[in-house]
Design a protein around this ligand. Structure first.
Ligand code: DSN
Length: 411
């Protein structure tokens, strides 16, 4: 039908489908959703408005929408073992703003990880609304080890007295100790918020410490390692339930995206199965193998490796910038993103590093052998960034590898 109605958009979607089929997707925040998740996302639920919450809506005709939202909430509560879940945030950034809105008066201090050190825009980075409506305090990683330094975080928190401390990252390749963050927050009388967007799938799969029982409030996107549609959730205990719900609606948003809510419910069902535990374990194992291979090729990995789903590579010793390397990889059909490394001397638009990760390739079923091939191609690309022929040759090999795997939700 789409083809008939709008051939232009249809053909662009087909092209994107092909791109996804024929490339190795290493952006650590991306994944492939199942056909079931895609089906729910593209359903007639998109036709319905439903401001409010189950049984307390501002529009009529909610008997099925209420049930869908209730199922999504019940599944999230069970999977993450929490008292209360709001499944309406449109995505991670509004979820974080809603969390602050729920707990911290506007104008008060919020403390999060600096973006160039691996944090997120909404953790108080200067250009984000989070830094305009609240006063940001930013912690950084240790200069020598590039690891989180919990003593330094405590010292900063003691000096600055923020109302909330945020743990969570977009480019931190190591485990986060939520227990230690909670101890710091308690000592300075701050709320503790965990943004587990990147690692939600690892938490669900039991291969990363869960922030539940430590954090007062937890935000997460649903489309990264959790492998759901593009959306978000806020998890908290009963104490903050009302404040959180009010902050999301009417505080920040209007009608929830019911098609997304349904797809979140489906993804949560999938993430509750035994297969997902295996998946999460393999994501971490694949990242570990990839890191080992890359180290063997002389790549400089920030913190010397990884123990989650992502790897941050400083390209300086290869005499390349992150952008140069990311663009050359893309020409070879390997997608990642240029990323700042801690204490980066280059600009955020052309930083020193690249960020890669294994959630998407693991969904395809790739394992040790494929990680070896990918690492070898990354090395070859780094030696041939301006060699069109060589990049094309690698691209052919990438396509060959991809054709051996069934793409979830596509074929
Ligand atoms: N865009 C996400 C990521 O790639 O980590 C963060 O919002």
């Amino acid at each position: 039908m789409l083809k008939k109605v709008d051939s232009k958009i249809y053909s662009l979607i087909q092209k994107e489908k092909e791109r996804q089929k024929e490339s190795v997707r290493l952006i650590p925040s991306e994944n492939y959703v199942s056909k079931a998740v895609l089906e729910a996302t593209g359903s007639v639920l998109t036709n319905k408005y439903s401001e409010g919450y189950s049984k307390k809506r501002y529009y009529e005709g909610q008997e099925f929408i209420d049930s869908i939202e209730e199922v999504a909430i019940a599944r999230a509560k069970k999977l993450f073992k929490v008292d209360h879940v709001n499944v309406q945030p449109y995505s991670g950034s509004p979820a974080n703003l809603a969390a602050y809105l729920a707990l911290v008066p506007v104008g008060e201090k919020i403390m999060g990880m600096s973006l160039p050190h691996g944090g997120h825009l909404t953790h108080g980075w200067k250009v984000s609304a989070s830094a305009k409506f609240w006063k940001p305090v930013q912690y950084v990683v240790d200069k020598k080890t590039n690891l989180l330094d919990y003593d330094a975080i405590y010292r900063l928190a003691k000096k600055e007295k923020p109302r909330i401390i945020v743990a969570g990252a977009t480019a931190y390749p190591r485990k986060i100790d939520f227990k230690k963050f909670k101890e710091v927050a308690d000592k300075v009388g701050a709320y503790f918020m965990a943004d587990m967007a990147h690692i939600a799938g690892l938490v669900a799969g039991g291969v990363h410490q869960s922030p539940v029982s430590y954090a007062d409030i937890i935000t997460t996107t649903t489309h990264k390692s959790l492998r759901g549609p593009r959306g978000a959730m806020i998890l908290c205990n009963k104490k903050y339930a009302k404040a959180v719900d009010r902050a999301v609606f009417p505080g920040l948003q209007g009608g929830p995206h019911n098609n997304t809510t349904a797809a979140i419910a489906v993804a949560l069902k999938e993430a509750s199965g035994v297969g997902f535990k295996k998946y999460a374990k393999q994501v971490v194992e694949n990242a570990r193998i990839l890191a080992k291979e890359l180290l063997g090729y002389g790549f400089n990995l920030v913190t010397g490796g990884t123990d989650n789903h992502l790897i941050l590579i400083d390209m300086t010793n290869k005499s390349l910038s992150g952008k140069q390397m990311a663009m050359a990889l893309a020409r070879a059909g390997i997608y990642c993103n240029a990323n700042t490394v801690p204490y980066d001397k280059r600009s955020p638009f052309d930083p020193s590093g690249i960020r890669i990760g294994t959630p998407a390739v693991t969904t395809l079923g790739m394992k040790e052998k494929e990680m070896g091939l990918i690492a070898g191609w990354i090395k070859r690309v780094s030696e041939n960034v301006d060699n069109k022929n060589e990049l094309e040759k690698i691209h052919k090999k990438v396509k060959g590898l991809c054709s051996d795997f069934k793409i979830t939700g596509i074929n």
